[in-house]
Design a protein around this ligand. Structure first.
Ligand SMILES: Cc1cc2nc3c(=O)[nH]c(=O)nc-3n(C[C@H](O)[C@H](O)[C@H](O)COP(=O)(O)OP(=O)(O)OC[C@H]3O[C@@H](n4cnc5c(N)ncnc54)[C@H](O)[C@@H]3O)c2cc1C
Length: 365
């Protein structure tokens, strides 16, 4: 039985879904978000690092109006960091200036839900979407809802992506812990055989740190993800207060995000930047564009495919460079650690930084 009708139904109320909801509702649409979790954002599945708004302006120069999009409240920020260390297997870091926020991610996602609700979006939590047929969104509980436009923002296992898109994405498994202790101010990214085909991280929080890693299974030489995670995490001595895991799409965006009145956003489309794993802020960039286009579509018939065009205008260069860097890194990180140690040096420092921050590494590549 169809319970209710909406202009827009969004599957998933994470950073992508709640941002679509916020901007679509602000533009006048009648919006419902359905999420299987309660509260949304729990349990934590994140390294919790995002660039500051100023850093984002440098990283994504074609994205307008950052301060409207990113309004991270103080209580959702655990630490502001001004340094990033890129660490090869020798553990001798290359040091860079980088303005980052280490978040309290659960509070961050809750704040996004509140922003969307303030704009008028409605939420149903603790209910999973089973399938979508035509304009009908069917829940596992047996209820169903009707909408003119349906958005898949359910992350890497989104039901709309699963049932209506054939394209595959490379997903890498990720494990992390929260650990007590004092870890200084710099956020660290580690590359080499400790995280084959991916990277490991240590992001210091106001207390303790978020420590984890992701690997490409095809690079793993018979060792399990758990073995890699245990080996890296056991290099740090604090007490573990939380353990989490998840999966990150790492092959970049799929070809189309729109089919008829269905749209996909962020992890469901592979918007995560493969060269550094940034997903939260990119979810919100994609979410804002989708929300605005949907509102315009409902008002004056703007084609929903404008979402893809505007995404390419704002993020096309950044995504292209990030994919190239990831492919290059995937070749490089097959090399033995001793060669990587030699390759991470003062002369290559600039190239490595350009790769991590999604710029062209070389003039011709
Ligand atoms: C371990 C880990 C560490 C990471 N670290 C970082 C980091 O440090 N910085 C960074 O920027 N990014 C990081 N990321 C990536 C980032 O977390 C994601 O890119 C981001 O959360 C994607 O947002 P989203 O809204 O697309 O999906 P999600 O945040 O995954 O939200 C999807 C929502 O959809 C809901 N949902 C799914 N299926 C259904 C369904 N069938 N019915 C109803 N609801 C459904 C889920 O409950 C969830 O709330 C990390 C990811 C992982 C896994």
């Amino acid at each position: 039985m169809v319970e209710d009708s909406y202009d827009v139904i969004i599957i998933g109320g994470g950073p992508a879904g709640s941002t679509v909801a916020r901007y679509a509702a602000e533009g006048g649409a009648n919006v419902l978000v359905i999420d299987g979790r309660d509260p949304i954002g729990t349990p934590l599945q994140c390294g919790e690092l995002v660039p500051t708004n100023d850093e984002l302006r440098r990283l994504c120069p074609d994205v307008p109006d950052m301060d409207d999009l990113f309004q991270t409240p103080k209580h959702a920020i655990s630490r502001i960091s001004s340094k990033m260390h890129i660490v090869p297997p020798s553990r001798k870091p290359l040091k860079f200036d980088f303005e980052g926020l280490v978040l309290n991610r659960v509070a961050h996602d809750e704040a996004l839900v509140e922003l969307a609700k303030k704009c008028g979006a409605k939420y149903i939590v603790d209910q999973y979407v089973k399938s979508v047929e035509g304009n009908e969104v069917k829940l596992r509980s047996g209820q169903s809802y009707h909408a003119k436009v349906i958005v898949g923002a359910g992350g890497h296992s989104d039901p709309l992506r699963r049932d209506y898109w054939d394209e595959k994405s490379l997903k890498i498994p990720v494990k992390f812990v929260l650990m007590d202790g004092d870890y200084g101010d710099a956020v660290e990214l580690h590359f080499g055989s400790m995280a084959p085909g991916g990277y490991a991280w240590m992001f210091p929080k106001s207390r303790g740190a978020n420590i984890g890693l992701g690997i490409q299974k095809s690079f793993s030489k018979g060792k399990t993800m758990n073995q890699y995670a245990n080996e890296f995490i056991s290099k740090y001595n604090g007490e573990i207060s939380f353990k989490g895991a998840g999966s990150l799409p790492m092959s970049g965006t799929i070809k189309t995000f729109v089919k008829g009145n269905y749209l996909l956003v962020n992890d469901a489309t592979g918007m995560v930047l493969p060269s550094n794993g940034a997903g939260i802020t990119i979810a919100m960039v994609g979410g804002r564009i989708a929300g605005q286009v949907i509102a315009e579509h409902l008002k004056d018939g703007t084609p929903l495919t404008d979402y893809e065009k505007r995404w390419k205008n704002q993020m096309g260069d950044v995504m292209r460079n990030s994919k190239r860097s990831f492919r290059f890194g995937s070749l490089l990180f097959r090399l033995p650690d001793w060669i990587l140690n030699l390759l991470f040096n003062r002369l290559t420092k600039g190239i490595i930084w350009r790769a991590v921050t999604c710029r062209r590494m070389f003039l011709i590549y």
